[in-house]
Design a protein. Structure first.
Length: 275
């Protein structure tokens, strides 16, 4: 009987090792980083001893729906949907950027615009948001207009969503928009890999610091898988391959983080109705 039990347990474990870990990727990623995903997937598979599938979508909402429907196990999302759906999610890891698990929203304008000093200087102009579920690319500029006593719905002559932070930079750089709000980490990273693009924009102001867009798990994900993925991510700085991947991401590493990092975003979210 003991031999049969051991054999059955081994068979179950082997079957579990063949089930892929499904990770959702959102507009946090830049266009040039898509090739990077193949290398990261290979690294994670070698560490987890399980297949890994990255599933990319163009909006945070699509990724959140997939998490809620259990079509994903983990995802890299924004802090805004995290605070909105916190009861259904577990905080897996928070990227460390420039020594902190924090980032900022940047307000940008064309480089030729030397007059605009704040979002109020963009009255009756064209504005580019990234995604309605983005803290840096939507919630922050909306809150800035609110605290300034402005009508958020009629302040700009026209506004539109680009559905990616990089595309906000492109819209402003190419004169499609007079201003835009973008994830500061994305702008900084683009300034390293594509300075010809960012040099055509000017950062007018930087917001307060918020919890960096986190990696999360659906609430009912297998606890063993959760702990193993968290361990692999937070230990990436401890080997050469992991460190190289982090350098390519322009990150210092991943930490376990704390839900309190996102309290600032929660305050904004309580003030500004979800679109």
């Amino acid at each position: 009987m003991l031999i049969l039990f051991i054999a059955d347990t081994s068979a179950v474990q082997d079957a579990q090792r063949q089930v892929p870990v499904r990770i959702g990727i959102t507009p946090v990623f830049l266009d040039y980083q898509t090739a990077f995903l193949d290398d990261w997937r290979e690294y994670l598979e070698s560490q987890l001893q399980r297949p890994v599938e990255f599933r990319q979508r163009s909006t945070y909402r699509e990724i959140m729906e997939m998490l809620m429907q259990e079509e994903l196990d983990f995802a890299w999302i924004c802090g805004y949907p995290f605070v909105r759906f916190r009861e259904s999610l577990r905080l897996l890891a928070v990227p460390i950027y420039q020594g902190q698990p924090l980032y900022q929203s940047y307000l940008i304008v064309p480089e030729s615009d030397t007059d605009t000093q704040s979002i109020l200087g963009l009255r009756n102009k064209v504005f580019a948001y990234s995604d309605p579920d983005s803290n840096s690319g939507y919630l922050v500029p909306q809150f800035q207009l609110h605290v300034s006593g402005e009508d958020r719905n009629n302040f700009f002559r026209r506004s539109f969503f680009t559905w990616a932070h990089q595309k906000v930079v492109e819209a402003v750089a190419h004169g499609v928009a007079d201003g835009g709000a973008v994830d500061g980490y994305v702008w900084d990273t683009l300034a390293k890999v594509n300075p010809a693009l960012t040099s055509r924009t000017r950062v007018v102001m930087k917001s307060e610091k918020f919890g960096f867009p986190p990696l999360v798990a659906r609430r009912n994900v297998d606890n063993g898988a959760f702990q193993k993925v968290q361990e692999v991510l937070t230990n990436m700085t401890n080997d050469a391959t992991g460190s190289d991947l982090l350098e390519r991401l322009n990150l210092d590493g991943f930490g376990r983080g704390n839900v309190r990092l996102f309290d600032g975003i929660a305050v904004l979210a309580e003030t500004i109705p979800a679109p």
